[in-house]
Structures are given as structure tokens and as C-alpha cells.
Design a protein around this ligand. Sequence first.
Ligand SMILES: [Zn+2]
Length: 534
Amino acid sequence: MRFLRLLPLIAVSALAADYAAEGQLWWSHVQFLADDQLEGRNLGTPGFLKAVQYVETQFEKLGLKPAGTSGYLQPVKFESRLITESSLELLRDGAPETLTAGQDATLSSRGDPAPLVEAPMVFVGYGMQIPEANYDDLAGLNLKGKIAVYINAPAPVDAPGNVKSHFSSSAERWAVFKRAGAIGAATLPNPRPNAPTPPAAGAETGGQGHGGRGAPQPSVVLADRALQDTAGQLVSVMITRRGAEKFLAGSGHTFEELEALARENKPLPRFPLVGTLRAKATIQKGSLEAPNIAGIYPGADSALKNEYVIISAHLDHLGVGRPVNGDSIYNGAMDDASGIASMLEIARLLKESGAKPKRSILFVAVTGEEKGELGSRYFSVHPTVPAANIVADINLDMFLPLYPLKVIEVQGLTESSLGDQVRTAAKSLGIDVQTDREPEQNRFIRSDQYSFIRNGVPSLAFKFGYEFGSPEEKIRRDWVRDRYHKPSDDLSQPVDPAAAALFDHVIQTLVKRVADEPARPRWNDDSFFKRFTK
Ligand SMILES: [Zn+2]
């Protein structure tokens, strides 16, 4: 027993890694990327370009093979839409009732906003269609030319959390509404106590930036129309609690009633709303460009080197915005300078140890995550290596090394054979793994791995884990409350660089295992996401 208990410790010391020293190397990358001079690395800004140059230089220093379309870079074109002036009115019996922006409802620049839309509305419950669960909020409703109004919470169906997350993404919901002929969508607030932390990341906000509070932020979409998830969504409205009563007036239902049902995870009624909604907007369109950065650590096996294990992390963050306590720079130290830093450290560990993985390892620093996982979406559809040869995506985004590493929380742990690989890799370094502690936060679809999943590639993402009721849980919850998508996610916060270095070793071990395994990773037979396999 004693011998067995000591075994993991021996294994760790045999590696003779100096986590404190390596942690400082990791931190030095974070320090550069999250410095005020980079101004929050917003897409297309000079600060973002400084970050691009930094990663390019590091890739070169690390001897990675350029894998962009122009050296390490893969330029990506975007379109921005900003609503500079807007008005919303409810029309009943020809009489307009003006809605106060922010107080009642906000017209969002997400989707494909049109200057003038006037359309009837239908309340569609949770706005979800899950054929596998025989669930359909749209059954029997006519949505042609109408606006679908829904409560932004997952439907009460007996389905795995990741499946519900998938169907509750704004892209999936819009796909369902669009098929039914709708021209717009409007959300009522999610009344559940564990609703995704506002402001939610990536696809959940579709680029509202800074939570849609303060000055309006432009929404950003890929210029490639085929990759615009919300094409055809001519109007997008976020209704407040107060506004909800106005929208529901005369329908025979109150928001209190709907809210109570949604809070208890019960089915919702579906019904037409009275009158029409008139939305007017002045839209300022622009275009911008910001690259993905890709470099290859070549594999050593003559056949398998043509297959690729991707390590991804996003380089962009929110830029400069509404000041909080006098600070307007959203530095994004953990989100996601930390992931880029780990990517660079893993490349260094491979190089310095002279690792000879069989498959190639493709490092991709992606752009536009904060605007809705756009850079990874573009790369996954237009990869710079043959798409069929991408075997896995290991995504590093805001893994939160805020305390010593004992357990890693893995998103996607039970979906593919990568689950066993990460268990084994972590165990070899004395680390446990656990599944997502808060599936209602939809983390499996809230970062770049989801872009690869949608293309059938088995993927994983990570957070430092914790036990319920532990001090670590409090540290993490406080971090999300106090620093997530705030200027205080900066260099002055307490982090544990040595723990980050240990995490990098776990990921390096995982990646080498996946690269060396004779068979490529595959989705589990019972995984919902298996269907996307190409
Ligand atoms: Zn973020």
C-alpha cells in the first residue's frame, strides 16, 4: 500500500520539472500579452497586432513550421455592424407604444440587422427543437415572417447537458427559427438561479462585448456569408423583465407566470403576442481583418505525421470599454493570454525535450473568439492542413490557475476517447480529472473547441477543478464574479504560475499520447456529437 501510494510522487520527481521556474516563463508571456500597451487585444486594433507579432516571433523562436497561408498567418476577413440609433415600438390597434432602450428592451446589432422591420410576434417557450428527445417548441406554430420570442433558458428535456447546451446556442436556435420562416428573434430573461454568468462569452453574446452595458458595441461576423450563423436574422431584441410585461400584455399570460414555470424547469405555453413590433435602426457597417496564427511541430512517423493534433487558444480579448473603478482596459490576462502562454510553453517543452510525437502537433492562436468563436470557426472550415487529417482539438481558454492544481475539470470528458487519454495523462502527474461541475454554464460550447466539434473533430477544454464547498470553489466563483470580462482580469490579480506550469505538463503529456496512439481519437458511441463526424 505504502509503495503504491508513493508511486505518483516518484513519477513526478523523476521528471525533475522546476514548476516554479517554468511558471515564471509562462507568466512572462501573460505579462506581455496582458500589458496595458496591448489595450485589451481587440480584433483589428494595433494592440491585437502587437499580440500577433509576439506570437509569430515566439513560434519562430520555437522552430515551429509556418502553417498559415502567408507564413504563420491565416488572414480572416470580418464585417462589423454597429447600431448608432434605434427605436422600438409595440403597435396595437395602430397605436404605437414606445419602448425605452435598456429599460424595456434593447435592439441588438447581432444577426443581420435591417433598417426597418415591422412584424408580428409569437412566444415560442424555450425556442428549442430536439428531435432526439421528441421535443419541439415550434410544433403547430406559424412563424412565417414573424419574430420568435423565447425565454433564454434550456428546455426541460431529459437530455445530457452538452446536448442541451448545443441546442440552446444562439446559432442553433436561430437555425430552427429560420427553417420555420421567422425573420427575427427576441429573448426574455432567464429566471433560473444558475443562468450562465452574464456577460456570457463567445456565441452566447454574439459580440455584445462588455455585456451590452454602456456604449453600444459593434457586432462582428465573418465576412464569408456561408459562415454567418445568424444570416437572415433581421431583428434581434433583448427584452428586460420590465419590458416583458409590455410585450405580453393582452396575451392572457404574464411574465410572472412564465418565469415561475421556467424557474421550476417546467414546460411553457406557446402563443401569439398581440400586435406587431416595429424596429428602426441606423446601421453602420465596416470591415476588418485579423489573422489566425498557425505553426506545426512536425510528427516523426512517416505516415502519421500527416495527421494533426491541434492545440488552440484565442489571442483576442475585449479591448477598451466602459471603465470599472477608473480602469477601461480589458486586459484579458486569464481570458485568454493564459491559454496562449500555455500553448507557447507546451511548444517549448516539446522542443527542449526533443519530443518525437508520431503525429504532427498544430498550434493555432485563433482570432475573434470574443465575437462568437469566429477565428476558430473560420479555421475549422478552411483549415490550412487537410480537414480530414485533423484528429483532435485540445483547447486552452481561461483554465484559471488560481490555486494549486489537484484536479482538472474537463469539458467533453465523456464524449470521446480523449476522455481516457486525459485521465491517463493527468494521473501520470498525480492529478485527478472531473467532469464539468456546472453544466448549466454551457462551457462545452462556449469556446473554440466547439468550432471543431461542429466539424466532427473530438475535442476537449479545461478548467482547474474544485470540490463543492472547498475554498477553491469560492476562489473560482469570486473570480468569475469579480474579474470575468472585467478590467480586473489583469496582471495585478493573484495567480499560481507554478500550478499553470504543472497544467502545461499535463496537457503536453495528453497531446503526446494522442499524437502517438495508433488509432485516431473517436467519439463515444453514445455521444450526441458523433453525428458531426465527416
Ligand atoms: Zn472571454
